[in-house]
Design a binder for this molecule. Structure first.
Ligand code: ACM
Length: 263
């Protein structure tokens, strides 16, 4: 199966322009699953709630979900895309899953980071796994990586690939995702952004890039640069994620001892 990430450099607030630039990059791509960053087309550093409301969209009826559905159909692939979601008077930091057959579902970020806590409601969608045909995929968003329970829960629910839209500002995630992939024997696809935002006199946020695909054996199959836009596709063998055996005597899921894990 061919999976990839689009490591992007969005212009804040230019949702349509950022989306159109992505659409033109897709023309030359052959893959079955492509992951885009968190808040992929809106930008990340909001200055106030009005901006969040203005840039957020209903899912699935909003323009970004509809445009991504059309792209997924045209290019015969599945897309996981982060966007600000509006639902009534609440906004969520969300990601959609769309494919050639249309809208499959969405996820609302469970663990909000830093000033996201001022602007977004904590996600209430729960953690989901979608069967997209060649693979079962789970979705978590950026800072969710800090909570190993998220990738573990997705794995226990059958995810073979964890799709991970991100806007990383701390340096640790690319290496930490090697552990998330290894301890669950899953593939992970982290799609990060690059560039800097310093809006409204706020301290600058520098995004670290280094998007990556990691294998169930903890191999970094591809890691992007810190400062270039990149659309990268790698071939993976899903059997690696289906085989949970570490040695003939150790199975990463069957050997769990949950009776000892509660606090
Ligand atoms: C993050 O959750 N955007 C760091």
């Amino acid at each position: 199966m061919k999976v990839g990430y689009f490591q992007s450099h969005p212009e804040f607030g230019n949702i349509q322009g950022n989306r159109e630039r992505f659409a033109s990059k897709l023309e030359s791509v052959e893959c079955e699953l492509l992951v885009l960053p968190e808040l992929a087309f809106s930008g990340y550093q909001f200055v106030n709630q009005e901006e969040v409301v203005a840039l957020s969209e209903p899912i699935p009826d909003g323009p970004t979900t509809q445009a991504c559905m059309a792209l997924a159909q045209r290019h015969h692939l599945h897309l996981v895309v982060g966007l600000p979601e509006r639902d009534g008077n609440r906004c969520y930091n969300s990601a959609i899953v769309v494919g050639p057959s249309g809208f499959l579902g969405s996820y609302r970020k469970t663990h909000l980071f830093f000033e996201e806590t001022l602007f977004f409601s904590p996600g209430n969608s729960g953690l989901h796994v979608w069967d997209i045909g060649p693979a079962r995929i789970g979705v978590m968003i950026c800072f969710d990586w800090y909570y190993p329970e998220v990738a573990r829960t997705l794995t226990l629910r059958g995810a073979e690939i964890v799709c991970h839209p991100a806007n990383l500002v701390l340096p640790h995630c690319p290496d930490a995702m090697v552990t998330r992939a290894l301890e669950n024997r899953i593939f992970s696809v982290t799609a990060d952004r690059i560039g800097k935002e310093a809006r409204g006199g706020k301290p600058p946020l520098t995004y670290i890039g280094r998007s990556e695909v990691v294998s169930p054996k903890g191999q970094v199959l591809s890691r992007a640069s810190q400062d270039q836009e990149e659309l990268t596709v790698v071939e993976i063998d899903l059997n690696e994620a289906r085989n949970k055996s570490i040695t003939p005597y150790n199975d990463v899921l069957k050997d769990r001892r949950p009776e000892y894990y509660s606090s």
